[in-house]
Every structure is written in structure tokens, then in C-alpha cells.
Design a protein around this ligand. Sequence first.
Ligand code: 9D3
Length: 254
Amino acid sequence: MRFDILTIFPDFFSSPLAEGMIRRAVQDGLVLIQTHNIRDYATDKHAMTDDRPFGGGEGMVMKPEPLAAAVEQARGSGVDARVVLLTPQGRTLDQQLAEELAGEEQLILVCGRYEGVDERFRAAYVDLEVSIGDYILTGGEPAALVLLDSVIRLLPGVLGCGDSAENDTFSRGSRGGLKYPQYTRPRIFAGREVPEVLLSGDHAAIERWRFLAAVRRTISRRPELVAAMEFTPAERKLLRENDISLPPAGNGGE
Ligand code: 9D3
């Protein structure tokens, strides 16, 4: 999969992309990531990428021509690249959207700065607008990194078998609920012991304990996720026996 990142701060991406999973994916030839400095596509002598808003008001707006020229360049000969604008006005990134994007051949990620991009660039070039959540960032760059991370880890061959996509909190392995608490050595830390059952070697008991702990944790921290979780009749019985009550089955969490 190929990513082209359009930004006025290309250096922002150098070390994050040179570490860990993303670095390996690039080295293995599974992803190609290219940054483009929007400033290089400015045509005026001061290489301006932003200007004052028509109609007045606070802040600056990103000029459309350099953005358009950078998109054309990034698109190259490839025809069906999707152009994604990172913006607070976008669709909130979630696991489903990451999975959709992982199916694309090429993504062109446009990082907004200032108060945003000229509306005509958005209308003429942007296929999809994405936000990473309801908090204020200084620009689209950190959001682009989050998107890259969430999409690249889904690509075939990127993750090892050990930690792969199957058992994630937000994929089917833990059926949309949160994960159970985890422990490693030492057996006592800060005066706190590892739960006895985890040392027992009784794998069925361990599985039951983890299941119950995960459901309790999901109910207390992310109650909105519980409605979408699916349980077998045996699991429902186990929950009842442990005084864990679920909301009535209904509309799948919406
Ligand atoms: C009206 C006042 N604004 C500035 C205080 C609006 C505003 C403009 C530009 C707020 C943030 C930004 C820059 N943010 C992004 O470009 C951005 C973003 C975000 O802020 N939060 C979550 N996801 C994203 S994706 C891009």
C-alpha cells in the first residue's frame, strides 16, 4: 500500500515512521510512504501556502493551488488514489474506517494547518474527511500519524502471528469489549499479588476469570460497548452466576 503525505512539516514524520512496526513494514516493502512539502508546490516568490480569509476573521486559510498541485504530483500515474483530508470536521476514525482504508491501493493524506483549507480545494479534490476525535490538535499531522498506524498494522504480513489483528480489543477476538487485566513477573509488586487463579495452571478456570474480568471492566469503563457484545448461552449463565447483568439484547449497540 502506498501513502503520500502532504504537509508543511515533513520533518514531523521522520522519526515516527522510522521506528517499530511502520519501519519494518516499509523495509519489507509492504508499504511505501512519501512525504511532500506543500511549500514546494507554491508558485509565488514567497512560497506562501496560506492567506487571509475572504470576508475577514481570525486566522489563516490554506491556499488551494499548492494543495492541488501536490495532490496531482502525489497521484502520479496512479488513478484511483483516495484523497483524505485530516480535519476536525471529518468522520471520526474508528476500527471500521481503518479496515476500509486498509483495502485501498493508495491514500493521499492532506494535513491541514491554520484554520483549515480553502473550500474549493476540499470540494474538488477531497474524497474523505477524517478526524481522530473530539479534542483540538495543532494540525492534521498528528492525526495522519494515528491513521497511518491504525491502517498499516492491518495490512497482510505487517504484524507477527503473536499480536495480530484477531485478538484486538476492537476486533472480534474480544467481541468488541475491553481486554482482561494482565500480569507478569514478579508475583508481588507494590504489595499487590497476582490473582491466585492465574498461577493455578487450571486453564479453564483462567479463561473463565479472564472472561468475567473483561466483561466487568467493559461494563464499568465503556458501558456503551456492552450492547454490541455477543455471548453464548453458557457465557450468559456464567455471567448470571457471577451477578453480572447485561443490558437487554436489542439493536446491536447503536
Ligand atoms: C475555531 C477554532 N479552531 C482553532 C482553535 C478550530 C481548529 C482549526 C484547526 C481546531 C483545530 C485545528 C487543527 N486540527 C486539525 O487539523 C485536525 C484535528 C483535530 O484538531 N482534532 C482531531 N482530529 C483532527 S484531524 C485534523
